[in-house]
Structures are given as C-alpha cells and as structure tokens.
Design a protein around this ligand. Structure first.
Ligand code: GDP
Ligand code: IMO
Ligand code: MG
Length: 440
C-alpha cells in the first residue's frame, strides 16, 4: 500500500516499462481518460482485446478557449491523440474495418493524422456485417435471458475464431483467397441462422479497404518485442471490465474475450512476465450496462441521481447504465485476479451533493461470508450485502489537484475505499477533462 505517485513524470519510474490498465468493475470505469493521460509518458499504446463494443471517452480542454472537446474511441487505443505515439491493435482484438476507417477519418477531419503510427496485428480477427446480424438473432432467441450485448458482432466473431473458421487481418493480403473465405463463411452462417445477406456487396466494401489497411498490418508480437528490447515503454489498454471477462466474469452475462491482465499478454502475444504493473480503474460507485447480477444496484432515486450526475449513458450504444453503490468485493476480486498494484478511482466528483454514500463491504450467503464472487449466478443473486455508510459532501471537486484539497468527508470515503479494496489509490478523477485528476 506504500506506492505513491506525485506527478505524471514519476509514472514510468514507479510503475515500469510495460503496464496494463484494467477495468475493475463491469466496464466504463473511465479507462480511456487515464490511458490518454498516461500516454503522455508511454511510447506505444496497445489494445489487446474486444472490439467496437468498447467506448472510451477522452475530454481535452482547449488551452486558449477553455472549451472541452470530447472524443470517443471504439477500436483505436486512447493514446491516439498524442501525435508522437504509436497505436497498436493486438491479435486478441476483433476488428470491424469500416468502423476503424470511420475513426481514422474522423481524426483526420480534426487534423490528426495516424498514418505511420498505427500497427494492426495480422492475426486479429475481422468482424463482418453477418456477425452483427447473428449477434441480433442470438439475442432475440435468448428471450428473457438476453445478455444485452452491444450488437457489434463481438460474440459471433470470437465464436468463429474458436471454431477455426475466422478470417484475420493478414488474410486481406491475398484478396481473392480472402473473398473466397468470406463467401464460404457467410454462406455457412446464412444456412445455420436462416438470414439473407448480400455477400458480394460486403466483399466490394473490402476491395478498397484492403489496400488502405495494407501498410498497417504487421506481426505485432515481433513489433512489440523489438520495441521493448529497444527500451520503448508500452501501455496496454484494457477494454470492458474484469467482471465481463469470459472466464472470470459473471458468465453468461459477459463479453466474449479475456479482459483481465492475463488476456493482455495473450491478446498482444507479449510475455506476461514483462508486464510490470497493472493499474485498476474503479469508479467511485458502480455501473453496469446490459443484463446480469449487480448486488449493490440502486433501483431508486439515488440510482437516478448517480445516472444524471455521472452522465451514465453508454458511450457505444447510448443505453442508460444501471447504477449502484461501490462494491468493494467486486473491486477486491479484480485486484487479486489482475494483480493490480495501483488504483485510479474515477468520478469522485459525481458524488458531490449526495447526502449519504454507501460502500458494499461484505457479502454473506446463508449466514456465511462469501469472499469470492461465486461461479453460480443463482448464488451470486442471493448474496446479502453489508454496507458502511458515509456522510456526503456538497463541494464541487473539479478544482482539487491534491488529496488535501478534498473535503474531509471525501477524504474519509477514499481512505476507507483504499482499506477495503487493499490496493493504493494513486489517481483520483475529479472531472471529465485530462487535467482533472489528483496524483497521490
Ligand atoms: P471507459 O470505457 O472505461 O473508457 O469509460 P467510458 O468512456 O465509457 O465512461 C466513462 C465516462 O466517465 C466518460 O464519459 C468520461 O468522460 C467520464 N469520466 C472519466 N473520469 C471521470 C471523472 O473523474 N469525473 C467525471 N465526472 N467523469 C469522468
Ligand atoms: P468499455 O471498454 C460496458 C457489455 C455489454 C453486454 C456484455 C456483452 O467501454 O468499458 P458484447 O457486445 O461485448 O457481446 O456485450 O458486455 N459490454 C460493456 N459494458 N463497457 C464496455 O466496454 C462493454 N463492452 C461490452 O453491455 O452486457
Ligand atoms: Mg466505455
């Protein structure tokens, strides 16, 4: 618990040459904001898992007008605004090329050119329109048991990968062979799921796209390992959150990839023992979008207050996020699973004005303490949560730049959180903008 970070310049010295930023809850913790901040200190910023189901928001104030400009990234890593940094999209991700091109072109329109500083793994699997159609059909067929996916085709694409019928970025090199694979794959899915789909139109979309993508597609393991040997610093940016991990999360209400630090290694094809630190991002309360258990959920006015104050609407789908109190068991589990040695507590400012604030500190099931989230959702849904209650504060926190600037009640809340989750809170978010952060 002794780690302290006084300023951005200390980060690589204290956390190391390679770090992973992991969501500790159910996604949308504010990973994008910290990755954007830290990317000032790291040379390469890499996404290791997920696809355009992610929505990472960055807000940067114009130094002259003070006006805040908002960017949302789905596939590009959140370091992309820093023009001297390289973005890497790793083998563990699933890439919808048209979405990626939209993001690249959107940046170009704002005067940010990514050519020469984007590297995409030749092994990353590709998402096609039919994956999105299948995502919709599967959800429909689940009836009352819908996962509430983002309908971006994530699950069906990873299913093709596991079934060994997927198509990868490297396949674009030989366009005729690529088109043949795509025809075969689409026909197979149309037969199984009974939908119609214009295959030739889809192939045509990729004719130009293949040429545009060509210079970006490389062996990213080789690229990252060489960069590491040369002493370059690497920041791996997690998508989703620990409890959406396909293996560790609240299955089946999860995404289809490994969102935890183990997944960062496999998803980058990079040695796990070279990842020196894991920063966990934890919102000062809890949110979840989509279905699945959520023990500290507030289905009342307090939940609505959190949603309004925190702007809790999905960055990808616009869906209202479910809101609840901070669940220390959830975050403590994430600390253990990911090997988190530093925490960024985000959105502390959102709690200003709440009369009282609670932390869910302990679960019991049939009178026994439950320390680990049970695999059985039936059990997880039955846990009783013990809460500790804290007096709130009214002050606006957005100008706080040191821990001592915080109101006493906010300090008490943070210190207790640190104690119950068992990892040092080195960064505290006090607003949406890049500069609205406390180092500690
Ligand atoms: P991500 O998916 O983990 O990158 O998070 P999202 O971008 O989906 O959602 C986080 C939201 O919270 C975004 O709208 C951010 O601009 C915002 N945010 C991040 N950190 C803070 C903070 O410390 N305070 C406030 N008020 N908003 C924050
Ligand atoms: P970021 O990176 C929050 C959720 C969906 C759904 C489940 C499965 O912005 O934190 P999927 O489309 O992946 O098959 O959906 O996972 N989900 C997210 N929730 N933030 C995300 O990403 C998410 N990505 C997927 O809402 O419940
Ligand atoms: Mg998000």
């Amino acid at each position: 618990m002794s780690l302290s970070i006084k300023n951005a310049e200390e980060i690589t010295k204290k956390l190391g040459q390679v770090i992973y930023v992991a969501g500790t809850q159910w996604g949308d913790e504010g990973k994008g904001k910290l990755v954007d901040i830290l990317s000032g200190e790291y040379d390469l910023i890499a996404r290791s898992a997920g696809g355009a189901n992610a929505g990472h928001t960055i807000c940067v104030k114009d130094p002259e007008t003070g006006e805040s400009k908002k960017f949302v990234f789905h596939l590009l890593p959140s370091g992309v605004l820093r023009e001297d940094k390289v973005s890497v999209i790793g083998n563990g991700t699933v890439v919808h090329v048209p979405t990626l091109l939209d993001e690249i072109n959107g940046l170009k329109e704002q005067g940010i050119d990514i050519s020469g500083r984007l590297v995409i793994s030749d092994r990353a699997h590709m998402i096609f329109e039919y994956h999105k159609i299948i995502d919709g059909i599967q959800e429909e067929r689940k009836g009352d048991n819908k996962v509430g996916t983002t309908k971006r085709g994530i699950g069906p694409c990873y299913a093709d990968k596991s079934s060994r019928i997927g198509i990868r970025m490297g396949d674009l090199k030989d366009f005729n062979a690529f088109a043949e694979r795509l025809r075969k794959n689409a026909e197979r899915h149309m037969k199984v799921y009974g939908f119609d789909f214009d295959i030739e139109q889809e192939i045509n979309i990729y004719r130009d796209a293949a040429e545009i993508m060509e210079p970006f597609v490389k062996n990213t393991t080789e690229y990252l390992c060489n960069a590491h040997s040369e002493g370059k610093t690497i920041l791996a940016e997690g998508a989703q959150g620990t409890h959406l991990d396909i293996d560790i999360g609240t299955y089946p209400f999860v995404t289809s990839s490994n969102t935890t630090s183990g997944g960062a290694a496999t998803g980058l094809g990079f040695p796990p023992n070279k990842i020196e630190s894991v920063i966990g991002i934890a919102k000062a309360y809890t949110t979840r979008v989509g279905a699945g258990p959520f023990p500290t959920e507030l289905n009342n006015q307090e939940g609505e207050m959190l949603r309004d104050a925190g702007g809790e609407y999905g960055a990808t789908t616009g869906r209202p996020r479910r809101c609840g109190w901070f669940d220390a068991v959830v975050v403590k589990n994430a600390v253990m699973i990911n090997g988190i040695n530093s925490i960024n507590l985000t959105k502390l400012d959102v709690l200003s004005g709440m009369k009282s604030i609670k932390i869910g500190t302990k679960y019991t099931l049939d009178g026994e303490e439950v320390k680990f989230i049970p695999a059985s959702l039936e059990e997880f849904e039955r846990v009783e949560v013990e809460y500790e209650e804290f007096e709130g504060w009214d002050e606006d926190l957005s100008d706080a730049r040191s821990f001592d600037d915080l109101p006493e009640n906010a300090k008490k809340y943070v210190l207790r959180l640190e104690e119950v989750i068992g990892a040092p809170i080195n960064f505290i978010g006090v607003g949406v903008n890049r500069d609205e952060i406390i180092y500690r």
